[in-house]
Design a protein around this ligand. Sequence first.
Ligand SMILES: [Zn+2]
Length: 99
Amino acid sequence: MKAKYEGSCPLCGRPIHVGDEVTRWHGRWVHATCVEDPVEVFLDAVREGRIYVSSRALKVTEKDGVRFPYAEGGVRDLLKTLDEKDLERVRKAAREVTE
Ligand SMILES: [Zn+2]
């Protein structure tokens, strides 16, 4: 459906404008195109600094001692939905960003 309000997409970190094609993804409005490969879109955003992830947002990585720059509201809930394979991809991207 088309967005009725301005907002921001928690997957890509870019603005959602009125009229953009959007869809629900784990309870949040995102760009329709961003759900085609949500993890890759999210990882690009982390790598490019559009989205920051904190160790608090991803408790699994706290145990591993992986450091993330800082938290971005909303991303927390998305990370909880990732499976182990995708979490590993997020950890790897975060290491690349923080090292
Ligand atoms: Zn998006």
